[in-house]
Design a protein around this ligand. Structure first.
Ligand code: A3P
Length: 287
């Protein structure tokens, strides 16, 4: 069996059919959010799988059982993907999910609930690089072409979940008030215990410093790379080929410097800056 590179269209977004279906997207729209639910929201390649490690540990006082026994995609499922319907009844309370949906695609019940949101932003230049390698290793995604070609697709929003700028902006203009916490991938890389304290405070978990340190060790890039429940090693090679590029690839900030020419940097920054010019957007990286 080989992976198919077919896509479906959903409200203007092209999504791979290996992971999404009409049924899964209907399931997401009809999903009943509860007040205790927690959802981590990301533009793809911004640290989604990282939160699938962090959330169960933070929500369960550092209990390692979920991250050692349940694959990441079932432990903290994607709202929009096929697995949610399969595992939804087994999710412990409080339920934790992830989604790549922009704000306007969130289901009606989400808006009526008090579910909490953690929105993670990553430097779009590193998102592009990470996505470029992901498209090479994931057999169900179309070949990215050259880095230059892929950059143009990214800037035009002809990639998973559209333009990075639209996604980030959509989640900055919400009426969620204190239901949403913003954090960056870069802050998490720079000081994971500090980031975990923010997760814990926001989710009302009251974790001790010892527990924060323990969770930090288990969520490190090195630990996750060695965790077969989180490193996608259980996925057959035709779907994800770690020989082409591991899913947990580098886990650093600034790898874009190894990939962008000065022309590409100028072009990329000009487009992103123009699209973000009306936003008062502080970030720990320069565009
Ligand atoms: P790189 O390709 O730059 O290494 P997503 O889960 O949203 O698809 O994001 C994947 C990116 O998050 C990859 O980036 C991956 O290595 C990185 N990542 C996952 N776990 C991480 C961790 N514990 N520490 C740092 N980066 C991590």
């Amino acid at each position: 069996m080989s992976a198919t590179q077919t896509y479906m269209f959903y409200r203007g977004y092209a999504l791979p059919t290996e992971t999404h279906s009409e049924e899964s997207l209907k399931f997401a729209q009809e999903f009943e959010f509860g007040d205790d639910d927690v959802v981590a929201v990301t533009y793809p390649k911004s640290g989604t799988v990282w939160t699938q490690e962090i959330l169960p540990l933070v929500l369960n006082g550092g209990d390692l059982t979920p991250i050692q026994t349940i694959p990441n995609w079932d432990r903290v499922p994607w709202l929009e993907e096929k697995r949610l319907a399969v595992v939804v009844d087994q999710l412990p309370s409080p339920r934790a999910m992830v989604t790549h949906f922009p704000y306007h695609l969130m289901p009606p019940s989400f808006h009526k609930s008090k579910a909490k949101v953690i929105y993670i932003t990553r430097n779009p230049k590193d998102v592009l690089v990470s996505s470029y390698y992901f498209h090479q290793m994931a057999g169900f995604l179309e070949d990215p072409g050259t880095f230059d070609e892929f950059m143009e697709k990214f800037l035009a929003g002809k990639v998973l979940f559209g333009k990075w700028t639209d996604h980030v902006k959509s989640w900055r203009h919400t009426d969620l008030g204190d239901r949403i916490m913003y954090i960056t991938y870069e802050e998490m890389v720079q000081d994971l215990p500090a980031a975990l304290r923010r997760f814990s405070d926001f989710l009302g978990c009251n974790l001790s410093e010892d527990t924060i340190q323990k969770i930090s060790e288990h969520c490190s890039f090195k630990s996750m790379k060695a965790n077969n429940m989180s490193n996608f090693s259980m996925i057959p090679k035709q779907y994800m080929d770690a020989d082409k590029s591991p899913f947990l690839r580098k886990g650093i900030s600034g790898d874009w410097k190894n990939h962008f020419s000065s022309e590409q940097l100028a072009r990329f920054s000009a487009v992103i800056m123009k699209e973000m010019e009306d936003e008062n957007f502080s970030r720990p990286w320069s565009l």
